[in-house]
Write a protein that binds this ligand. Structure first.
Ligand SMILES: Nc1ncnc2c1ncn2[C@@H]1O[C@H](COP(=O)(O)OP(=O)(O)OP(=O)(O)O)[C@@H](O)[C@H]1O
Ligand SMILES: [Mg+2]
Length: 947
């Protein structure tokens, strides 16, 4: 990619200067293409001018978010854009398969962090650093992100748990109005300026659901309670109670309508932030009940009255300062509201007690008017700071999840932006110091770390020079000598020090430092620090005192004696604290200075940030008048420079912003081994080949390196493999993700196909089994049926045989009866004569021949009619001449004859067996004794006269 950048410049060098200018003009001239550029790294060439034009074009087209490599640039629209933060849009970004492909938005960053937590890729915890000038939109952005997480990381849908989830998410969101009411104020640069730094840790459980949150605050600007810059206001909460209290509350808090308070400047101006009901409602949700709220607001009213306590000069050091005009009344009201004895309060404000000597004798010394004012202001600051810290702890106890109920977190850091006023003091020094630290974190993380990592990983890389702010940090916090160490030393030594002396000490101790400057024309003792965002002049007057932030022990003792339940909680009678606040002897300087406390908390914050994957949102203010549609190029330009955006763009575009450890890379993209590079040259697409590549996925290489090489082999994308990490550009990552999605889709298809095949096979097997069962049942049924038929046939057969035997028997009986009758009748017949012997022998021969005749007569073919009769007659030797006396019937004519048999014993007898069925036909006569068929023939033959 660097080559591309370099290539561009070398390519452009080849062109003539004229044509390049023309090209650039053509490129930069049209607003339309510029406003469509979602990423400032794609502006070509990357210069402040082109970046500025691009941002302006987008701002004019109401496109407020733009990527700048790893950073999101958020322009303040200074007008409501509801559709830009709707729940539907949140869902759209949450549901998108690749939110990066959608338009740049804070929801892209939100979704990216959420997915990173889900992916469990180290470091799992995420942080979003929202930075920018005062009024640029940091708090707004943080609020929107919290709403986004409350929607996407909502807990399960079961009714009961959903209620709980709603409560926790709502409570987390409710912390915003409460903290803003107590910690924000209207300044010259922002009507809702956060006067404290905030890091909110959104805690997620194993299922990535928001189970709680924890808030950490930094450096509340407590001086604002007692001292407001011209045209600025006190914290919003004072205006809220002043304007929003009910009549009855006004009486209780001694806040009559139209009352004036010196610590409540510009009360006539009403802001949308002055909504008391919203704060009350949110406090109630956070578990701060109405009586406690009443107690809080009463104490705040007490502070307002305390501010009206004005002292006059006594003119006599031995006398305490008198109160001006109505101040006595104010002291009384304040003491009443704070639960303090009035005279004790007044005495504490006006008289200093000093313990000295061996016997720790107490000396009472009246304070000067200035000292009285300081003590009064100190009392107010002390109460307000403790109240604020207590509120934060109450909020935390309400929204914080049990330690074992969350595993990961997403941190949102909303810190005051870089500040530079004509006169800057310790507050600005701390704020700018914090911004330097964050800038260094950014530099370390994205710029220096990026380049160093390339070197460590063995990647060839041409370094781009970038602005490193380490020298500036060395100047502020370095060891052994730095601005902070010198100021702290002044506090520790507790020696009298003038502003001019401090300036000289700083200049002499840090002389020649490249980041330290001096304004020789300034009438005020001061020093200049050349911050990464520009030079800032700090006045040394009051610096040491502010750093000491001394709290006279009498004040704490007084507040510990308060009868007010809230103040009792805020100022418990702690013996340890007592001994701390009453340092004995020479060691009276407080151990912890403001700077050292701030430094410690900042280091703690950075430690947390170092353990997370950081994301950056740079908020930009298009104009200082907070007007919509106005783009002041100079102001935006200075902010772009201040946040090092152009440097970032250069390096992000040139390098490989994405790096993944070998293990994580292999874990995520192992399935890409199924892909093979496109065969078409110049085409960078990835083609799944259905697992038929040269490197079959089934062959498992033994080592991580082997797997990695295999994956890299399968990819056509330009990937750079370092010693422990794989480096790539955004576009490569996109390509890999697309390929992964393809493979996953293909795998899903495989599974679907396999499942369908399995289902079809199972169904076919079942069908076959069903057919088999059906066939078996049918055959069984058929067999049964046949068996039954068979049995029935056997019965019929048996009956038929019986019947036939009976019929044969009857027939033989019939024949025997006829024969006997004939033989008994024959001798008696006059016409018959006994047969001669020879004739009897011939008769036997004939008898033997007759079956042949019968056979001929019964033949289906051959002789017919009379011929047949003749044959029969010849065979049976019947007299042919008397056909009338003898009728010949054959089986053909008389169906039913089954067999003919001759009986032995020399008698001419034939047994004719006929079908019983036919018998009935052929023997229609009523008498069973009647003779038919062959019997009849034979009978005829035996009749006398026939033979
Ligand atoms: N995205 C936005 N849409 C509409 N208005 C916005 C947006 N962002 C910021 N603003 C407006 O700009 C004002 C200032 O924003 P905000 O309070 O977030 O600034 P800040 O960076 O937190 O300033 P400070 O450092 O002073 O706290 C808001 O009160 C709001 O009116
Ligand atoms: Mg803010």
């Amino acid at each position: 990619m660097l080559q591309q950048v370099n290539g561009h410049s070398s390519g452009s060098a080849a062109h003539s200067g004229e044509s390049l200018r023309e090209d650039l003009q053509e490129f930069l001239g049209g607003e339309a293409p510029l406003q469509q550029l979602d990423d400032l790294t794609k502006v070509n060439p990357v210069t402040l001018e082109t970046v500025l034009r691009c941002l302006q074009a987008r701002y004019t087209a109401d496109t407020f978010y733009t990527n700048a490599g790893c950073t999101l640039v958020a322009m303040n629209p200074f007008k409501p854009v509801p559709q830009l933060y709707s729940p539907e849009l949140m869902q759209e970004y949450h549901a998108a398969s690749q939110p990066q492909t959608l338009k740049p938005h804070i929801f892209t960053v939100g979704e990216q962090t959420y997915r990173n937590v889900k992916s469990l890729m180290e470091p799992v915890n995420q942080s979003i650093v929202v930075s920018g000038e005062s009024g640029a939109g940091k708090t707004w952005t943080s609020r929107c992100l919290m709403k986004f997480y409350a929607v996407v990381a909502a807990s399960p849908t079961s009714w009961e748990s959903h209620k709980v989830a709603e409560r926790i998410e709502q409570r987390i969101l409710n912390s915003n109005p409460v903290m803003e009411a107590f910690g924000n104020a209207c300044t010259l640069r922002n009507n809702n300026s956060s006067r404290f730094g905030k890091f909110i840790q959104l805690q997620l459980n194993g299922a990535q659901q928001m189970t709680g949150a924890a808030v950490q605050t930094y450096l509340l600007e407590k001086t604002r309670v007692a001292c407001q810059a011209p045209s600025e206001r006190n914290f919003h909460i004072f205006y809220q109670i002043y304007k929003g209290a009910h009549a009855e509350e006004r009486v209780r808090w001694c806040l009559p309508e139209g009352a004036t308070f010196s610590w409540l400047p510009r009360p006539e101006r009403t802001l949308e932030e002055d909504c008391f009901e919203v704060t009350r409602e949110a406090m109630l949700h956070l578990g701060i009940d109405a009586p406690t709220q009443n107690n809080i607001f009463q104490a705040l009213a007490g502070l307002l009255h305390l501010g009206n306590t004005q002292f006059a000069d006594s003119g006599n050091e031995a006398q305490p300062c008198p109160l001006v005009d109505d101040a006595q009344c104010s002291v009384g009201t304040s003491a009443l509201l704070l639960g303090l004895p009035e005279d004790h309060l007044l005495e504490t404000l006006r008289i200093r007690t000093i313990r000295a000597g061996r016997g720790r004798q107490v000396f009472r010394k009246p304070c000067s008017q200035a000292e009285c004012d300081t003590r009064r202001d100190c009392l107010a600051k002390l109460v307000y700071a403790r109240l604020f810290d207590w509120l934060v702890s109450v909020i935390n106890s309400s929204i914080c999840a049990a330690p074992d109920s969350w595993t990961t977190f997403i941190g949102l850091l909303d810190v005051y932006g870089f500040e530079s006023f004509p006169n800057n003091s310790l507050e600005q020094l701390c704020i700018n110091y914090a911004n330097e630290k964050l800038q260094q974190h950014f530099v370390a993380h994205y710029l220096r770390a990026q380049q160093e990592e390339y070197a460590v990983e063995g990647l060839e890389w041409s370094f781009v020079s970038y602005q490193d702010n380490q020298p500036c940090l060395d100047l502020i916090e370095g060891s052994p000598v730095s601005i902070c160490s010198l100021i702290n030393e002044e506090c520790r030594l507790n020696r009298p020090s003038s502003a001019a002396q401090l300036q000289t000490r700083i200049e002499s101790a840090l002389t020649g430092h490249p980041r330290l400057g001096r304004d020789r024309l300034s009438p005020e003792p001061s020093f200049i620090v050349l911050h990464y965002a520009g030079p800032v002049r700090y006045c040394t007057r009051g610096l040491v005192e502010k750093n000491k932030d001394p709290v006279p022990p009498e004040l704490t003792r007084l507040l510990q004696q308060s009868q007010d339940p809230l103040l009792k909680v805020l100022f418990p009678a702690d013996p340890e604290e007592k001994s701390q606040e009453e340092p004995s002897g020479q060691n009276r300087t407080p151990v912890l200075t403001v700077v050292s406390k701030f430094k410690a908390s900042l280091e703690q914050l950075l430690q947390v940030l170092h353990g997370t994957t950081p994301h950056y949102i740079r908020c930009i203010k298009p104009n200082s008048q907070a007007q919509a549609q106005i783009f002041h190029r100079e102001e935006v330009l200075s902010q772009l420079e201040a946040c090092g955006l152009v440097e970032t763009i250069h390096i992000s575009a040139a390098g490989f912003p994405i790096r993944v450890s070998h293990r994580n890379f292999v874990e995520r993209y192992e399935l890409l081994r199924r892909l093979r590079p496109a065969t078409t040259p110049g085409h960078h697409g990835l083609y799944p080949d259905g697992g038929r590549s040269e490197h079959p996925p089934c062959t498992e290489p033994a080592t991580l390196q082997g797997l990695l090489q295999e994956i890299l082999h399968a990819l056509p994308a330009p990937l750079h493999c370092g010693r422990t990490k794989v480096f790539m550009t955004d576009s490569t990552l996109e390509l890999l993700e697309r390929g992964r999605a393809q493979v996953l889709e293909q795998c899903a298809r495989h599974i679907q196909r396999g499942w369908r095949r399995h289902r079809c096979r199972t169904q076919a097997r079942r069908r076959r089994a069903a057919v088999l069962i059906q066939a078996a049942v049918r055959s069984w049924l058929t067999r049964k049926h046949v068996q039954r038929l068979h049995a029935a046939a056997t019965v019929i057969k048996r009956a038929w045989r019986e019947w036939r035997i009976r019929m044969a028997f009857l027939a033989s009986e019939e024949l025997d009866g006829v024969e006997e009758k004939h033989s008994s009748q024959a001798p008696c017949s006059p016409s018959s004569s006994p047969l001669p012997l020879a004739q009897t022998g011939l008769q036997g021969a004939i008898t033997r021949l007759w079956p042949l005749g019968l056979a001929l007569a019964n033949a289906a073919v051959g002789v017919h009619g009379f011929q047949r009769k003749l044959v029969v007659f010849a065979c049976l030797q019947l007299p042919v001449g008397s056909p009338r006396s003898c009728a010949i019937q054959t089986a053909q004519e008389q169906a039913g004859v089954l067999s003919i048999r001759a009986l032995p014993q020399g008698s001419i007898r034939f047994h004719c067996r006929k079908s019983p069925l036919r018998y009935a036909d052929t023997c229609p006569g009523p008498s069973p004794d009647s003779v038919t068929g062959f019997n009849q023939i034979l009978l005829e033959r035996h009749r006398p006269g026939h033979v």
